[in-house]
Ligand binder design. Structure first.
Ligand SMILES: [Zn+2]
Length: 582
């Protein structure tokens, strides 16, 4: 394939964390404008990847060509038509997340959004990328979802993409990683794990991931074939991190080493189940957001925020199905699923911002609110992940009462929107098609208002028993805090709670508590928030001593009545909603 734009990516010395990139535009415009994306699709925040690009130079037929930077991420190259234009530059890569690029003597990782300048006028034409092994790293291999055109046994060589968007939708992993394969739905899948310790049970991860992929393909296509012809999981294990980013036929994941399955271990740790949930989540995005996607994402604007009101659907519904597919795959018991669901319900319940923002507004503001969290976030916003997943739950339960279910709606949307751009009106149309009645009232109330969802009523329709238990102390007080080395560090003060009424503020260091009054008053050093119940006994009032900007303050705190949260269970052995499918 002749590519309109070619990239060569290598590194003279990975220890410098610098990738060396050569980019060739076969038939440049005159002048030729090039730019680097300011964000990476799937992670809704302007990250300014161009801040790591340096030493950009241009040549044509061995002559230096003038380069002029016109804004933070765009350069105009004084090219002449009819001759290939060659650009050279370096990119500093030391971001361990899945969203950017990383390079050291142990491994390399990059997204095209960090390394590949986009040539104006060539975005929809074929692109190629050649990866060159760093000299000092003879044992390194390459893994990516991109199609290999001419590569050696270790994967070094030339990869091709139909256009720029496909090129930047396939991260690369370089290193001496663990790798395994399986087939699901007739499609070859590869799992690559870097950073794993000696106890890592790779076969277990392969088996469980295969079950998840099979369950997802079955949900979307029954016995039919999925839209991707192969798929690659790039999992990087580190001391402590968690996250993933979806791509059209691959995903980049990061997890804690402790959460990997261990050789000889029985059962699944909570951490491992969370990792399987992440795998399930990112794989589900292969359908829901990478293909079926907001109409606003039909063609990404890579130079600015791309707003959509639909993240409650694409992230929330994906969050609903990720754990549900673990149940279907036999990896999570119905009770463990309900325990996780109760936690999600509690987290939305404990967010005063749910009375400020609808999930549609939360989706639109993802760029400045969800992705830019601060001490006021719980008071100002609601998560389109958690509340969005509860909207999905409500729809699934309500649809089941009418003889359909949410999976059928997802399949219907897949057909209705031809696995492409989608609007909220399509969701409404498909809900009506499934049930023969309009759903505008439910969508208005659940998606566009701040009213609480009818969770209790709908859960009971599936035989779920709801009990209450005493809520944690922090919830009762209306604050979020960490136990720090010198005292309790207040992270957030929740709107309308006891902590707010007492005058506590985010950033306060809660040092001590005075219990009783007059002669009987005792002042206790407070090191852990949970010690408060120990020190207070039956007292309903106390005084809190806090340190704020070098000054000590005594604050009168009244303890509110007991707050409660839900526990969920299903007494029936058989339940269609939470049954494992064979
Ligand atoms: Zn997601």
């Amino acid at each position: 394939m002749n590519a309109a734009v070619e990239y060569q990516v290598g590194s003279v010395d990975p220890r410098t964390h610098l990738f060396d990139v050569t980019m060739t535009v076969a038939q440049p415009l005159a002048p030729q404008t090039v730019s680097l994306p300011v964000w990476i699709p799937g992670s809704y925040m302007v990250r300014e990847f161009a801040r790591h690009l340096q030493h950009l130079s241009a040549r044509q037929a061995k002559r230096t060509v003038a380069v002029r930077q016109v804004n933070k991420n765009t350069w105009v190259i004084d090219a002449k038509p009819g001759q290939p234009l060659e650009l050279r530059y370096q990119v500093y890569a030391f971001d361990p997340s899945v969203r950017a690029a990383y390079l050291d003597a142990e491994r390399g990782f990059f997204n095209g959004t960090s390394l590949c300048l986009q040539a104006d006028g060539h975005r929809d034409r074929p692109h190629a990328l050649t990866v060159q092994r760093p000299k000092a790293c003879p044992s390194w291999h390459v893994a990516t979802g991109l199609n290999a055109q001419r590569v050696n046994a270790q994967g070094w060589g030339r990869y091709v993409a139909a256009d720029y968007d496909e090129l930047i939708d396939a991260p690369f992993e370089w290193g001496a990683f663990w790798s395994g394969n399986f087939v699901a739905g007739g499609v070859p899948h590869r799992v690559v794990v870097s950073g794993a310790p000696a106890s890592f049970d790779g076969q277990r991860l392969l088996n469980d991931t295969q079950r998840i992929c099979t369950a997802a393909i079955r949900m979307w296509h029954g016995r039919g074939t999925p839209p991707h012809r192969r798929y690659v999981f790039l999992l990087h294990a580190v001391e402590d991190a968690y996250g993933g980013l979806e791509h059209r036929n691959s995903t980049a994941l990061i997890c804690s080493r402790r959460d990997l399955p261990r050789l000889g271990a029985k059962g699944a740790s909570d951490g491992y189940l969370t990792l399987l949930g992440l795998i399930s989540h990112e794989y589900f995005h292969t359908w829901n957001v990478k293909r079926l996607r907001p109409a606003e994402f039909a063609r990404y604007d890579l130079n600015a925020e791309n707003h959509t009101e639909l993240l409650w659907f694409f992230e929330g519904f994906t969050s609903y199905f990720d754990d549900l597919l673990l149940v279907r795959a036999g990896l999570l018991t119905p009770q463990a699923y309900l325990d996780r669901l109760a936690k999600t319900i509690a987290s939305v319940e404990q967010t005063p911002g749910r009375k400020v923002q609808s999930v549609a507004q939360s989706s639109f503001d993802a760029w400045t609110k969800y992705y830019r969290q601060d001490e006021n976030t719980p008071n100002a916003t609601v998560s389109y992940y958690t509340k969005g997943s509860l909207v999905a739950l409500c729809l699934d339960l309500a649809l089941r009462a009418e003889g359909s279910d949410l999976a059928a709606v997802m399949r219907g949307l897949w057909k209705r929107c031809a696995a492409g751009p989608m609007r909220e009106s399509d969701v409404l149309a498909e809900l009506q098609a499934q049930t023969g009645r309009p759903w505008a009232d439910e969508i208005a109330a659940w998606v566009h208002s701040t009213a609480d969802l009818p969770l209790a009523r709908l859960l009971r329709t599936q035989g779920v028993v709801i009990d209450t238990e005493r809520a944690p102390l922090a919830q009762r007080l209306g604050l979020r805090a960490n136990d720090g080395p010198s005292g309790v560090m207040v992270k957030s003060v929740l709107r309308g709670g006891a902590a707010e009424k007492a005058g506590l503020a985010a950033g306060d260091e809660w040092l001590a508590v005075e219990v009783g009054s007059g002669q009987r008053a005792k002042i206790w050093r407070l090191r852990k928030l949970d010690d408060l119940t120990l020190l207070l006994g039956p007292a309903k009032r106390c005084r809190a001593l806090v340190n704020r900007d070098q000054r000590l303050h005594w604050l009168a705190l009244s303890l509110p009545e007991l707050a409660s949260s839900w526990t969920l269970s299903i007494p029936d052995e058989f339940n269609d909603w939470l049954s494992a499918s064979s």
